[in-house]
Ligand binder design. Structure first.
Ligand SMILES: C[S@@+](CC[C@H](N)C(=O)[O-])C[C@H]1O[C@@H](n2cnc3c(N)ncnc32)[C@H](O)[C@@H]1O
Length: 543
């Protein structure tokens, strides 16, 4: 996730846009962590070379057209634009189906897009847009390169960089990147342009020129990521290539390695753009919990977002439990805490999430959690681990599906003597832990129903943001079992705290406290799982 940010120094000391020079189209590499995209580009070239449209003609035409701003107030609302985009894509695919049996042939797609263009069916009348294309949202997916052209995201058949003349200067409008698999974060990525001594000769290819000018103009550039849906949980065609629109970026810096001809362009994602899911809690949390995925097209599998644990019914009817509060004070008729305060529900604000947490897709560990704000170390509760409270016997039956089980353990680390947050006592040696139960010894020596060590939190169906926090052998969070004075005495809350100052956007991690070689599956076989935390002290095994 941490990328070395290139120096912001530019190779053009005059800070003025470069002028259009002769175009020397060759393939070039768009890099995410130095991975080349040549293969994809040459495939596009191969497929388009067979078409009749002469490249020279396209150039002439391009010189004449000028930019259209996507931000100008449009005649139609964004909703109707969106409908139009959907209809147009539907028409495109229907026509592909009609004209060719082999839908994956790019030649067919070019032909179909030409037909739609001739019929005036291109979105935005085939004009090139700078910035947001109305009707298209971040996260929208497209099955074929030509669909990007039809909807106005990227109107190039040959090049990964699209550009337009704006006030006499060529500027970049969109980039198609073909590599997503080696990144934790696409907020920053690097494009490597073609070689050529721009400073001395004043000449370079159009793509390099456009990106250089965009650096000065700071115009928004659309980024589209191409990926293979086979690798990320299926796609519209059950595996294959898909293009996903990732939003607007700007060229932050340009540099050139000593002795090398090619330029590198650092593109940085513009802030305040629509994200994939604005608030997965649907307003249940005080701070919205957004979901972003810069890795693939996968969505968070369904679960129900909760802000309080779900306790088993029998717990409330069992006098040995000694619970006086019902469902965390939600029922003012039954809850003794509420009755004490004249029927008023006590504030549960102490459990509110205060940091702007974000669920994001990691490279190798599924979803993870990070904070958009920096988090100072100390007694700041990041969040509580929530789910269904189940007995350990029940949890043991879930050994083959234990991803979201958190064994509460035998120890209570904090006791709140009142609703005041600062009156707790920290007394902890033993952490609670995620499953497997075999490792945590959850059943040891307990006969009483409400004794601790008999309960596990299952966040598979019901849970909150904490269910996405991954393990690290060098974690930046720690766990405390916290008991409020109105709680079921031996079912503490699992509260997560910052163990250090955590910079914004750094993944939040816990030590799952698993034991190696002690997890057993339902057939009695030893279970192992690799750890991809990446810490220098990583032992390479989760369990
Ligand atoms: C509580 S879930 C964490 C969220 C999970 N990544 C997701 O996508 O929903 C625990 C699971 O995440 C994965 N995981 C967490 N930390 C990991 C790590 N350091 N290395 C590999 N997988 C990890 C494992 O599959 C583990 O069973």
């Amino acid at each position: 996730m941490t990328k070395t940010k290139p120096s912001s120094s530019t190779t053009n000391p005059q800070h003025k846009p470069f002028q259009v020079s002769n175009r020397n189209f060759t393939e070039r590499a768009l890099l995410f962590k130095n991975v080349s995209t040549r293969r994809v580009l040459s495939k596009v070239q191969r497929n388009t070379e067979t078409k009749e449209t002469p490249i020279k003609k396209l150039h002439l035409k391009r010189r004449c057209e000028d930019a259209t701003s996507g931000n100008k107030p449009s005649l139609t609302s964004d909703d109707s634009r969106r409908k139009k985009v959907k209809t147009t894509l539907g028409n495109f695919r229907a026509l592909c189906g009609k004209l060719g049996k082999e839908l994956t042939t790019d030649g067919l797609h070019i032909e179909v897009s030409q037909i739609l263009k001739n019929r005036g069916k291109f979105i935005h009348d085939g004009k090139k847009i700078i910035g947001k294309v109305s009707g298209i949202e971040v996260g929208d997916k497209f099955l074929y390169w030509q669909e990007l052209n039809v909807v106005g995201l990227h109107r190039q058949n040959l090049s990964l960089i699209d550009h337009v003349l704006k006030d006499g200067n060529l500027i970049a409008t969109s980039v198609v990147s073909c590599h997503f698999d080696d990144m934790d974060d696409t907020n920053v990525f690097v494009y490597t342009g073609e070689g050529g001594n721009v400073i001395n000769s004043g000449k370079c290819d159009e793509e390099t020129l456009a990106l250089m000018n965009s650096y000065h103009v700071k115009n928004p550039i659309r980024v589209i990521i191409k990926f293979n849906s086979k690798n990320c949980g299926g796609g519209a065609r059950g595996g294959g290539e898909v293009y996903c629109y990732y939003g607007l970026y700007k060229v932050e810096s340009i540099w050139k390695k000593k002795g090398k001809l090619d330029f590198k362009f650092c593109l940085v994602r513009l802030p305040d753009q629509k994200i994939f899911v604005k608030d997965i809690s649907n307003g249940k949390e005080a701070v919205p919990i957004c979901v972003v995925n810069h890795i693939d097209s996968g969505k968070v599998p369904y679960f129900q977002y909760i802000t309080r644990n779900i306790y088993p019914e029998w717990l409330f009817n069992d006098s040995s439990v000694g619970r006086t509060c019902v469902d965390h004070c939600s029922d003012s008729m039954k809850c003794s805490c509420a009755l004490k305060s004249g029927g008023k529900i006590p504030s549960v604000k102490k459990n509110e999430i205060k940091f702007k947490l974000q669920i994001f897709k990691t490279k190798a560990k599924g979803w993870g959690v990070r904070s958009e704000n920096a988090i100072p170390s100390g007694n700041f509760i990041i969040c509580e681990y929530l789910g269904e409270i189940i007995e350990d016997e029940e949890a043991l039956k879930k050994v083959d599906n234990d991803e979201y089980l958190f064994n509460i353990g035998n120890y209570i680390h904090k006791v709140y003597s009142s609703w005041e947050e600062d009156s707790y006592v920290v007394d902890s040696k033993e952490m609670s832990s995620y499953q497997p139960l075999e490792a945590s010894g959850g059943k040891e020596g307990v006969d009483d129903r409400c004794d601790s060590g008999r309960f596990t939190i299952d966040a598979a169906k019901y849970g909150n943001v904490a269910r996405f926090i991954n393990h690290s052998c060098s974690p930046n969070l720690f766990v405390r079992n916290v008991l409020y004075d109105d709680d079921v005495p031996r079912i503490p809350h699992i509260m997560l705290y910052a163990a250090e100052n955590i910079p914004s956007m750094k993944e939040l991690t816990l030590d799952y406290n698993y034991k190696i070689d002690q997890a057993i599956d339902s057939n009695g076989n030893l279970k192992t799982k690799a750890c991809y935390c990446g810490a220098s002290e990583c032992i390479r095994r989760l369990y």
